[in-house]
Design a protein around this ligand. Structure first.
Ligand SMILES: Nc1ncnc2c1ncn2[C@@H]1O[C@H](COP(=O)(O)OP(=O)(O)OP(=O)(O)O)[C@@H](O)[C@H]1O
Ligand SMILES: [Mg+2]
Length: 163
């Protein structure tokens, strides 16, 4: 487990995030490394900080004042940044992966970055080349100094950054 400092998203990482600010800062450290076509899967139970991470990421690419509501009901929120569009999705309410077709994600990916909460809802329509981020409560048996907060595990998957 490393301290939260600039890192390369092409390599696996584990961070301890003591509070919500740290979760947002992790998003802010990922943001400048992104390019159109990148897909980020945000895994973790309800309330693990997926939206907080997405908010930090999007604010780093727009402005600190940018409103970033959870897309729980809208499914998808779009943000224009200087160089590409960011689509923030929360697929919790998706009941059938076929509904994902209607979101046009394959086409959107050609010009946008996709940040997806509850990506398992995509089923067989999911993306193979992606950055997986798992947010969880620390297991203090393995991380005795990390009581409280969250653990973030980043794993490039498929051909993400040539991995
Ligand atoms: N590192 C952290 N340590 C402690 N609390 C945190 C941390 N990061 C975020 N939180 C808290 O977790 C709560 C839930 O955050 P958030 O809405 O981002 O979760 P979520 O994973 O998106 O949930 P959902 O699955 O419902 O969309 C917030 O109250 C936030 O303050
Ligand atoms: Mg959320």
């Amino acid at each position: 487990m490393t301290l939260l400092a600039p890192f390369n998203i092409a390599e696996p990482q584990i961070f301890h995030l003591p509070d919500e600010d740290a979760t947002a800062r992790l998003g802010g450290l990922i943001a400048p490394q992104l390019k159109p076509g990148d897909v980020i899967y945000l895994h973790g139970d309800l309330g693990m900080g997926k939206s907080a991470l997405a908010r930090g990421l999007i604010r780093a690419l727009t402005t600190l004042e940018q409103e970033v509501p959870s897309p729980t009901f809208t499914l998808i929120q779009s943000y224009d940044t200087l160089s590409f569009e960011v689509l923030h999705l929360d697929l919790y309410r998706l009941t059938d992966p076929e509904e994902a077709y209607e979101l046009g994600l394959d086409e959107a990916r050609s010009h946008a970055v996709l940040v997806i909460e509850w990506p398992d809802r995509l089923g067989h329509l999911g993306f193979d080349d992606r950055l997986d981020i798992v947010l969880e409560v620390p297991d203090i048996t393995n991380f005795p100094l990390a009581a409280g907060g969250r653990i973030a595990r980043l794993t490039p998957h498929g051909g993400f950054r040539g991995s």
